[in-house]
Design a binder for this molecule. Structure first.
Ligand SMILES: Cc1cc2nc3c(=O)[nH]c(=O)nc-3n(C[C@H](O)[C@H](O)[C@H](O)COP(=O)(O)OP(=O)(O)OC[C@H]3O[C@@H](n4cnc5c(N)ncnc54)[C@H](O)[C@@H]3O)c2cc1C
Length: 400
């Protein structure tokens, strides 16, 4: 079965929804294909209970719909989900669920994209044929666990943080959280408040800032240079935390926002983890060197520990290169765009990507509007060419 559609969008996370809404506003027909049985599945199924948006609400809304003024500055996960549900109904977004896109390629003969899909509910294949393909399958769509010697023989439990909900099941257990990004640090804090004997692996230098500092920094960036914002952040951070190196926490040489804008490591939002580290409620370890017999873990500094559970907050990978056959024009081997920001969103032959600039929801807002406008411009340009051709044909017929 072949289904013709002007625009096919792969992925019904915030990026896919934002793109569809922008296209609908411009009356451009589109469809969103989602492998899961719901939209925004990362937020609905793969995030922990206590999560709130790390950035203030002024930096996180999708296009054409600001957050309600009743909501707090840092929006809880459930309220964000409600916002996304409202977004889907407000903009009448057309989503087909349980559609796993396993292959998409550009057909040179027809000049169209062929998108091959498996309907996992009915176990049948479908083919969508489109003029434009929007990749919105997410920077964070596949959980990543690094290879560690002996992990396959670990006698405790281990899983990626996408499976963590709260610390209730871990009371009095020895739990090791690997990773010092936002998820790792918040899960470490959560575990410690639920009574788990919590340890963390923090191997790379990282900036810790509280939410309010990030909010001030992001707001100031509109008026003040990144160097000066970073200087202010470092002074505030030193006043708040003092010297953290004695706890095994090292600050990077470059400032927090300079690093973020380069698309590098974003500052980690501290929700109380540092206080628990200072109080000895959370222990900090260096990198894991290997997992020994049973439940013993050895670290690169030679220390060892016994753990019941390991939670990997070690990030995500995109899956673009697994299903997009002609990806090399727009994406590199890691499934991230080749062109640097702000030109990352457009490739050749009507392919686009939304949500791949490492700039969170603010980046998605920017990309979605750019992509929708560009598609609208090219559709109108094509129409003009067609009308001009038709006028020429008519003139030729008259002359005949
Ligand atoms: C824990 C966490 C907290 C975050 N907090 C913030 C924050 O506070 N502020 C902020 O700005 N950003 C935040 N981010 C970053 C970013 O905004 C979110 O990751 C956001 O969900 C990205 O939206 P997306 O649509 O690009 O990707 P996703 O939400 O990952 O959506 C992609 C969708 O594509 C689907 N999909 C993937 N492959 C296929 C396929 N082959 N076929 C069909 N469907 C497919 C997936 O099932 C998924 O539904 C956070 C990220 C995480 C992980």
């Amino acid at each position: 079965m072949e289904i013709q559609m002007p625009v096919v969008i792969v992925g019904a996370g915030p990026a896919g929804l934002a793109t569809s809404a922008c296209l609908n506003k411009l009356s451009i027909q589109n469809i969103v294909l989602e492998r899961d049985d719901c939209h925004s599945s990362l937020w609905r199924k793969r995030t922990y209970d206590r999560l709130k948006l790390h950035l203030g609400k002024g930096f996180c809304n999708l296009p054409h719909m600001p957050f309600s003024s009743d909501l707090p500055v840092f929006i809880p996960r459930v309220d964000f989900l409600r916002y996304l549900d409202d977004y889907v109904s407000t903009f009448k977004i057309f989503i087909r669920y349980n559609r796993y896109v396993h292959e998409a390629s550009f057909d040179v003969k027809t000049g169209k994209w062929r998108v091959c899909v498996m309907d996992s509910a009915l176990n049948v294949g479908e083919v969508y044929v489109a003029d434009y393909l929007v990749v919105a399958s997410g920077e964070s769509c596949d959980a990543y666990i690094p290879k560690i010697t002996g992990l396959d023989k670990f006698e405790g439990e281990f899983f990626h943080c996408t499976k963590y909900q709260n610390g209730r099941p871990f009371y009095d257990k020895n739990v090791l959280v690997v990773g010092s990004g936002n998820s790792g640090m918040e899960i470490g804090y959560d575990l410690s408040t639920w009574g788990a004997n919590t340890s963390m692996v923090i191997r790379s230098p990282v900036h810790f800032l509280i939410k309010e500092m990030v909010y001030i920094g992001m707001s100031l960036l509109k008026y003040v240079s990144v160097e000066n914002v970073d200087k202010l952040m470092l002074v505030m951070s030193k006043l708040l935390y003092g010297d953290l190196s004695k706890y095994g926490l090292i600050r990077p040489k470059e400032g927090p926002f300079a690093l973020k804008l380069k698309g590098g490591r974003t500052p980690t939002v501290d929700v109380g983890t540092i206080k628990h580290i200072k109080e000895g409620k959370i222990k900090v370890h260096s990198e894991i060197s290997s997992i020994k017999n049973g439940k013993t873990i050895e670290f690169v500094d030679g220390k060892t520990g016994q753990f019941d559970v390991i939670i990997f907050a070690t990030g995500y990978r995109t899956n673009v290169h697994k299903w997009l056959k002609d990806y090399k024009d727009l994406f590199n081997e890691n499934g991230m765009p080749k062109p640097a920001y702000p030109n990352h969103w457009k490739g050749e032959n009507g392919i686009y990507c939304v949500g791949f600039s490492k700039r969170g929801l603010q980046g998605i807002n920017y990309d979605a509007q750019k992509v929708a406008r560009d598609i609208s411009v090219t559709i109108n340009a094509r129409k003009k060419i067609l009308t001009a051709d038709e006028a020429n044909d008519a003139q030729i017929k008259l002359l005949d």
